[in-house]
Design a protein around this ligand. Structure first.
Ligand code: MN
Ligand code: MN
Ligand code: ZN
Length: 277
C-alpha cells in the first residue's frame, strides 16, 4: 500500500490536521509541532493529544511525521541560539511522543560562516544530547538544498553526521527537490543509485516528494508541483524505478493554504505515476 500525504495545517487544534488530511485522501501526514514561526510551543488543550491519537487510528493515517519549526538552528555558532534550538528539539520530541508520532524531521541548519566542520560537530552533539528525550520517536535528518552556509546538502556530510550520532534512533528524510538543487541529477539512474546507496535504503524513513522550480545544482529551496518542475514526471519515474523507493512513505510539501489546489487530484496523479493505480 502506498503511504502518501501532504504537510497539513494544525490550525485550531493538532487533531484537525488529521481531518484535513483525510479529506484529501492522505494515508500518511506531516505536521509542525506548533507555530513554525515562534520559539515556544503552545500548550496543548485538554484532550487534544487523545483526540489526535484516536483519529490517527480511526482514519488509518500512518506514519505521522512531525517537522521541526523554522527558527531553531542546530548548527548555530551563537550559544544562546544553539541552546534554544536544542530546547525546541526536546519540546518537539515530547510532542511526538504525546501524539504517538513516530518521526521527527530535522534540518541540520546553517553554520553561519563558522565552517562546515564546526557545524557538523554542533549538529551531531545536539542530537546526541537529546537521547533521553527520544521516547519512541526517531529523528530523520533532512538533506538541504545547498543554500549558503547550510549543513547537510552533500550526501557524505549527512552520513558523516549520522556516524557521529551515538544512539541509533536516527535515519534520513530524502527531499527530492533539495537533492536536485544540491547538484544530484536523480533523473539519471546511476546518480539516483548513488544517492540511495550512500544514504542506505533502510535508513530512509521518509521521502519529501517535491519537484524543483530551479535547474540542477541551483542551491535554491523552491518547490514545484510534481511533474511541473525541473525533475519532471519522467525524471521521477526514472528515480522510482530503483528498488525499495516507491515503498517509502512520501510527503508532498507544496502549500495547500497559500495556493489552494486540487490536492486529491494531485495525489491520484502521483499514484498513477508510481504504478499504484
Ligand atoms: Mn524540511
Ligand atoms: Mn523537505
Ligand atoms: Zn524545501
Amino acid at each position: 500500500m502506498l503511504r502518501i500525504g501532504y504537510h497539513v495545517s494544525i490550525s485550531g487544534s493538532m487533531d484537525l490536521a488529521l481531518d484535513r488530511a483525510r479529506e484529501i485522501g492522505c494515508t500518511c501526514v506531516q505536521v509542525f509541532p506548533s507555530n513554525p514561526r515562534s520559539w515556544s510551543a503552545r500548550e496543548m488543550q485538554e484532550g487534544e493529544a487523545e483526540r489526535f491519537r484516536a483519529k490517527q487510528k480511526a482514519y488509518n493515517i500512518s506514519p505521522v511525521f512531525v517537522h521541526m519549526p523554522y527558527l531553531p538552528n542546530l548548527a548555530s555558532p551563537k550559544e544562546d541560539v544553539y541552546r534554544k534550538s536544542i530546547a525546541a528539539m526536546i519540546e518537539a520530541l515530547e510532542r511526538c511522543n504525546a501524539l504517538g508520532a513516530k518521526y521527527l524531521i530535522v534540518h541540520l541548519g546553517s553554520h553561519l560562516g563558522s565552517g562546515v566542520e564546526a557545524g557538523r560537530e554542533r549538529v551531531s552533539a545536539a542530537i546526541n544530547e537529546v537521547e533521553k528525550h527520544m521516547g519512541n520517536a526517531t529523528i530523520l535528518l533532512e538533506n538541504e538544498a545547498g543554500q549558503r552556509n547550510s549543513v547537510g546538502s552533500k550526501l557524505d556530510e549527512l552520513t558523516d553526521i549520522y556516524n557521529r550520532i551515538e544512539h541509533k534512533h536516527v535515519g534520513f528524510c530524502l527531499d527530492t527537490c533539495h537533492v536536485f538543487a544540491a547538484g544530484y541529477d536523480i533523473r539519471k539512474e546511476e546518480v539516483a543509485r548513488e544517492v540511495v546507496e550512500t544514504l542506505g535504503i533502510d535508513r530512509i524513513g521518509c521521502i519529501h516528494l517535491n519537484d524543483a522550480k530551479h535547474p540542477l545544482g541551483s542551491g535554491l529551496d523552491r518547490h514545484a508541483d510534481i511533474g511541473f518542475g525541473r525533475i519532471g514526471k519522467k525524471g521521477f519515474e526514472e528515480f522510482f524505478s530503483l528498488p525499495g523507493l516507491r515503498e517509502k512513505p512520501m510527503i508532498l510539501e507544496t502549500p495547500l493554504v497559500e495556493t489552494p489546489k486540487d490536492a486529491a487530484g494531485e495525489l491520484s496523479m502521483v499514484r498513477k505515476m508510481l504504478n499504484y493505480a
